[in-house]
Design a protein around this ligand. Structure first.
Ligand code: AMP
Length: 219
């Protein structure tokens, strides 16, 4: 099963992707998370990507595409994967097509997770992240048990540089300009399922699973 989740930052894409990947028993491949780990570990890729990420800009395609190809060539991704945060523009989508064609594979379904901009800005402004495991929290419906600490590993939670107002605006603008048109790109192939991303985490997960199963995507 090869799935793509498309949605703006703050739509709950990471949280839902994690759950859906487990449900369909495929690895959750999250380009933002791989890039954040590279920045944290100060690898050559991380050093290059850092300034783009902090501004809320996209990291150049050639870097992200080769990083993704490397990840998809790992054995756990041989029979399927869920992509979260990739592709982000037309060039990346075409590169993905070429990579998959090379192994005689194709995307099975694309989930378009929809949340209005006002709600996204509200969620992102309020978001704290664990830079070790990537879990996210907020002060309204997902508070950490111990204030300021990650429930899973106790790490101090931080506000991501790109969850600050200027970068949030920039990321949403890029989403609408570069990423949202991919929905039409995949709709033309009959692959897209639109899902309302507003609501309880479990409820949104149920909507996604039902929609995918309704299209014949099976575990
Ligand atoms: P995310 O966690 O998906 O919001 O990604 C965080 C940041 O990583 C983005 O704002 C970009 O700077 C970078 N990034 C993640 N995925 C990609 C991608 N597919 N192409 C370019 N940049 C990306």
């Amino acid at each position: 099963m090869r799935l793509i989740v498309i949605g703006p930052q703050g739509a709950g894409k990471g949280t839902q992707s994690d759950r859906i990947a487990r449900w369909f028993r495929v690895p959750h491949v999250e380009t933002g998370k791989i890039l954040r780990a590279a920045v944290r570990d100060e690898t050559p890729l991380g050093k290059h990507a850092k300034e783009f990420m902090e501004r809320g800009d996209l990291v150049p395609d050639e870097l992200v595409v080769s990083m993704l190809e490397e990840r998809l060539s790992e054995p756990d991704a041989a029979n399927g994967f869920l992509l979260d945060g990739f592709p982000r523009n037309r060039a990346q989508a075409e590169a993905l097509d070429r990579t998959l064609a090379g192994i005689g594979a194709a995307i099975d379904a694309v989930i378009d997770l929809q949340v209005p901009d006002e709600e996204l800005v509200r969620r992102l402004t309020d978001r704290l992240t664990c830079l070790v495991c990537g879990r996210v929290y907020n002060s309204t419906n997902h508070r950490p048990v111990v204030m300021g600490r990650c429930n899973a590993d106790g790490t101090f939670l931080v506000k991501r540089e790109d969850d600050k107002p200027e970068a949030i605006r920039r990321r949403l603008e890029i989403f609408h300009r570069e990423t949202a048109p991919l929905i039409t790109f995949y709709e033309d192939r009959g692959l897209v399922t639109h899902v309302d991303g507003v609501g309880d985490i479990v409820e949104v997960q149920r909507r996604i699973v039902e929609a995918l199963e309704g299209r014949g995507v099976a575990r």
